[in-house]
Write a protein that binds this ligand. Structure first.
Ligand SMILES: Cc1ncc(COP(=O)(O)O)c(C=O)c1O
Length: 460
């Protein structure tokens, strides 16, 4: 049976009425990708208030990785609601918080011992990772990257690269944040139409050995920022997404990450991977860095950790997590009991190898389908990603790579009008990204991709 079922135009009359009320009652600030209002959601399907069923390839921005209302998560949260909702971990502790920390510590790549700190959102995880790094090193400077997105609080915004719509009008930002170029080889100077993936060995983080090694070029640009603009001895942390999220689903080549790792070791700098979007199976492994052969000192995690409940974490080397004084980090709701119950149920699901095996199957299917589209639609400048975290970038001309944001917006609109929720992304807003729940069936995936393909055809 088809998952998509439309019984009104999308948006339907009830969605439109609620959006009219929203315009009067709600700040203009939060964006809305679709004009659809949800009534309920289960697995990969959202049913709207007009009774339309849409396939969800956004998963609440990479959150519902195990599907909406995953039964074991709902049961765990429901059971916790019968016990207590909140005592604050800072006042009267509870076991769930400790167990989540243990589970994350056990899965953290790299040599231990490891510890964990819990918060509520991805931005908070990043902010706190920077605090831990500064406390540990006694230094101030933080290096982030072009294409980077780390959230909306002030330090997270300072680390974020893109002005519109995130930063414009909100200055000044915290000081001592510097920016190096992300290894985006599609848009790297002097690379051709097809310049895409570094041919280096992904698992071993080995250099490619080519005469012109782009990873080496990117690394030298990074090292120059550190040497000339900051002074290596002043750098507390380097913050990078192993695959950019909002910045366009660009995977950082493992050999480049290996160079960063060695540089951080040499200069006593804390390497932070922001895996807020890439974590919890999104790239086919629990954490994306597992596919790079490079372990960070700290991982910033959120989104899929709670599968819909707000929870985030900083997990990493115990000596760094212990560098802040007692009371130095925290917040009323950090690691709240309901979210911890959800996170433990999520971790159980990821302990079952079938969960990630299916995620990789979806990734293979998506890769094949996108590669086919690249061959058929010249509007697509590049297809890329890692596992089931994939995107296509739309351009006016493959040779000039001029971004085509209007085409991406038109495609996105075509998709929701025909029953598929997808998101755009990228520095130029011209990429369409796929974040289906990792529990989506192969049939559902193709049903949704058929709609996207029809949308590509409709662009002409
Ligand atoms: C890589 C990355 N870091 C941080 C954040 C911020 O997370 P939150 O929106 O939960 O604050 C996001 C959100 O999209 C993200 O993708």
């Amino acid at each position: 049976m088809a998952s998509i079922h439309l019984q009104t135009a999308v948006p339907g009359p009830k969605s439109r009425a609620i959006f009219a009320a929203r315009a009067k009652a709600v700040s203009n600030g939060p964006f809305h990708i679709t004009p659809v209002v949800a009534a309920e959601a289960s697995g990969s399907v959202i049913t709207d208030v007009d009774g339309n069923r849409l396939l969800d390839f956004a998963a609440g921005i990479g959150v519902a990785n195990l599907g909406h209302c995953e039964p074991s998560v709902v049961a765990a949260v429901r059971a916790q609601t019968e016990k207590f909702l909140h005592t604050s971990i800072n006042v009267v502790a509870y076991e769930g918080y400790v167990r989540v920390a243990e589970r994350l510590n056990a899965r953290m790549p790299g040599p231990g011992p490891h510890k964990t700190y819990l918060a509520n959102s991805g931005a908070e995880a990043v902010e706190n990772a920077v605090k831990f790094a500064r406390a540990y090193t006694g230094r101030q400077a933080v290096i982030a990257f072009t294409n980077g997105y780390h959230g909306r609080t002030y330090m997270a915004l300072a680390l974020t690269a893109k002005a519109h719509p995130y930063k414009s009008g909100f200055a000044p930002f915290p000081a001592e944040v510097y920016r190096a170029p992300f290894p985006d080889f599609y848009r790297w100077p002097g690379t051709g139409e097809a310049a895409a993936e570094c041919p280096g060995d992904r698992a071993a983080a080995a250099p490619c050995g080519l005469a012109r090694c782009l990873c080496r070029e990117a690394f030298e640009a990074f090292a120059e920022v550190a040497r000339v603009e900051i002074g290596e001895q002043n750098v507390a942390a380097v913050v990078i997404e192993p695959v950019t999220g909002e910045g366009g689903f660009i995977p950082a080549p493992p050999s480049y990450l290996g160079m960063l790792r060695r540089w951080c070791d040499e200069h006593g700098v804390v390497l932070i991977f922001d895996e807020v979007q890439t974590g919890f199976g999104r790239t086919g492994t629990l954490f994306a860095c597992e596919q790079t052969g490079v372990a960070p000192d700290l991982l910033a995690l959120a989104k899929g950790l709670g599968n819909g409940l707000p929870i985030s974490a900083v997990t990493g080397r115990a000596e760094i997590l212990d560098a802040v004084g007692t009371g130095g980090v925290g917040g009323t709701y950090c690691g709240n009991p309901l979210a911890c119950a959800a996170a433990l149920a999520v971790m159980d699901r990821f302990d079952d190898p079938a969960t990630l095996a299916h995620a990789r199957t979806l990734g293979d299917e998506l890769r094949r389908r996108l590669a086919d589209w690249y061959g058929r639609f010249p509007r697509i400048g590049q297809v890329r990603g890692l596992g089931p975290m994939r995107a296509l970038e739309l351009v006016v001309d493959r040779r000039t790579k001029e971004p085509d944001k209007p085409a991406a917006q038109a495609l996105l609109k075509y998709c929701y009008e025909h029953g598929v929720v997808v998101l755009s992304c990228g520095t130029y807003g011209n990429a369409l990204r796929f974040l289906p729940p990792l529990t989506t069936s192969v049939e559902q995936l193709h049903e949704g991709l058929d709609v996207v393909e029809a949308g590509l055809v409709s662009l002409g």
